[in-house]
Design a protein around this ligand. Structure first.
Ligand code: AMP
Ligand code: MG
Length: 334
């Protein structure tokens, strides 16, 4: 399949209107979207990504008034979140209306709704004239794409259109919040934190996965690079390496061989002293920068053939909860 790569929102909207899929930028990660009311079009998303059919999609809207078309009831807990954080990197779960085909919600009686802050994304939805069902634009299981190069790498020749735009501002998927009950329950942490939601409702909680899976996407190994992901603690004075640290060699030839060894491992985190033994390292100044760079670093490491990525553990508060969630999934912890 030939892929049209364009920066024209109109061209991308024409693909959506004709029952096709198009990848597009948002402030969280790039998405791959189709008309949420068109079952056949939505199936194309699952096929292109290799996404399991039991993993529901988020429906993206451009106007708040569309929420009442998609959902049966806007609960008081949803109202507060929508007022404060729409448009933005937050998804609310509500009881769905019949108009939404079951393929979008993987047969659940609930629907995930988000209004992106990205103007390009909202323009695309407006021009398409329908809500857009869209998961992240990566092959299922891989790190989410945070720029259009990542999208092309995974989706070129698999989908007919890629709308190109800026790199994602947050670089992490939206915070998914179940609003069907009395108080908000965070099912997937993101850039909008539990602490921020608690300011709206002090009873809000983050439900780490227990027994029954409420957000099906959270049960899979996910966001994973080809390299092995290892989580390292700040307290450890030295990162325990698989390949022993390479001694400084005097002869040039020897240095070259040792360089080959060292480049099999990489580091991402906040602590500079951890990074010094690695030739490939990303030292992030803030936790937000860590979140924003995580997936693109994973992808860069894979391009370089790195075998192990050491990722610094961070406290599970604020956006740290989202980073630890993604790292846990990326190393295959279920
Ligand atoms: P993605 O857009 O690829 O980040 O995936 C969407 C995420 O939203 C997945 O983790 C889904 O499990 C979650 N999700 C979508 N719809 C629902 C729903 N009705 N209830 C709970 N979680 C949902
Ligand atoms: Mg995804």
């Amino acid at each position: 399949m030939q892929t049209t790569i364009t920066n024209s929102v109109k061209i991308a909207a024409d693909f959506i209107k004709s029952g096709e899929v198009a990848a597009f930028p948002t402030e969280t990660v790039y998405g791959i979207g189709a008309n949420a009311y068109d079952e056949k079009a939505v199936r194309k998303i699952f096929k292109a990504k290799g996404r399991p059919a039991d993993n529901p999609l988020i429906v993206h809207i451009a106007r708040k008034k569309d929420i009442s078309v998609l959902a049966k009831e806007i609960t008081p807990s949803a109202k507060k979140i929508i007022k404060e954080f729409f448009p933005g990197p937050v998804t609310v779960i509500l009881k769905k209306n019949e108009i939404v085909p079951g393929v979008v919600t993987a047969g659940l009686d609930t629907i995930a709704i988000r209004m992106p802050a990205s103007k390009i994304a909202r323009e695309l939805i407006k021009l398409s004239g329908v809500p857009i069902a869209a998961p992240s634009a990566n092959l299922s299981g891989s790190p989410s794409p945070t720029n259009f190069i990542h999208v092309l790498r995974d989706m070129r020749n698999k989908i007919p259109c890629v709308l190109i735009g800026p790199a994602a501002k947050f670089g992490l998927e939206s915070t998914v919040i179940d609003c069907t009950g009395k108080y908000p329950v965070i099912l997937r942490p993101g850039s909008i934190t539990l602490e921020q939601i608690k300011r709206l409702d002090k009873n809000a909680v983050y439900q780490k996965r227990t027994g029954k899976v409420k957000s099906p996407g959270q049960k899979y190994k996910h966001y994973a690079p080809k390299a092995r992901v290892k989580i390292v603690k700040r307290e450890t004075s030295n990162v325990k390496r698989e390949t022993p640290n390479v001694k400084r060699e005097t002869s040039k030839v020897k240095r070259e061989t040792s360089n080959v060894k060292r480049v099999k491992e990489a580091y991402i985190g906040l602590t500079r002293k951890f990074a010094r033994d690695f030739e490939v390292a990303k030292i992030c100044k803030t936790i937000e920068e860590y979140a924003k760079n995580l997936f693109s670093f994973f992808r860069e490491c894979d391009e370089m053939g790195i075998k192990t990525i050491y990722c610094e553990k961070v406290p599970e508060k604020g956006i740290g909860a989202a980073i630890m969630n993604r790292l846990g999934k990326a190393r295959g912890k279920k």
